[in-house]
Design a protein around this ligand. Sequence first.
Ligand code: PGA
Length: 253
Amino acid sequence: MRKKIIAGNWKMNKALADGQSLALEVINLAIEEVPQDTQLVLCAPAIHLASLDDLLKSTAHVHLGAQNMSEHASGAFTGDISAEMLKSVGVQFVILGHSERREYHHESNELLSKKVKFALQNNLTPIFCCGESLATREANQHIEFVNKQIKDSLGDLNKDELQKVVIAYEPIWAIGTGKTASAAQAQEMHKSIRDFLATQFNQATADSISILYGGSMKPTNAKELLAQPDVDGGLIGGASLVARDFIAIALSF
Ligand code: PGA
């Protein structure tokens, strides 16, 4: 049985008090309504993390996530945040390779390979993001493109390490645009990712990996996407900023 995961990516939104109220609202709704077998992850801005840890301790199925992490252990890296620091405030998950970081901070597959390994060494669960641009999809190169992202960043993990990774397929053209991939497009890619992992590792390992869909997922389209056999959850941007919407997505399995 693969884990069902709904992760909220708050991106660069919410000052501290607003973030705390949002988290509190999500926790209260989660305790009342969300089944224990659905894991929720709140990937808040770094400045919120320390203060959210205590709030999240009241529930076993809402976890704390970061949006990025340095590939270095410590030292002269102004502005960066290390795995050890994230661990020290109770973080369990870390988004790595979001397309916004790939684009605006030039994060390459090779750099992300280092970050993924480093996260795993520090017992953080990477939510590894992959996904193609509209031009790549229109050129019908999307499958090869995503396979290469996965091979270059996850290819030299061993099976035990890979099993600890969560993958998020996020077509860039669907992020924040209101244009969701159709359920069929999402399923095609998720199945292709799983088949590719089976060729690189083995079927049992591929079958154990949770693959989340991200890109304009909302309460109105979540049910259809989450009903696909290879879609194991969602990475939610905009809709994670409204507690009711985020929970409605978590109730759409
Ligand atoms: P969106 O963002 O839900 O606002 O499209 C998803 C993401 O970027 O993770």
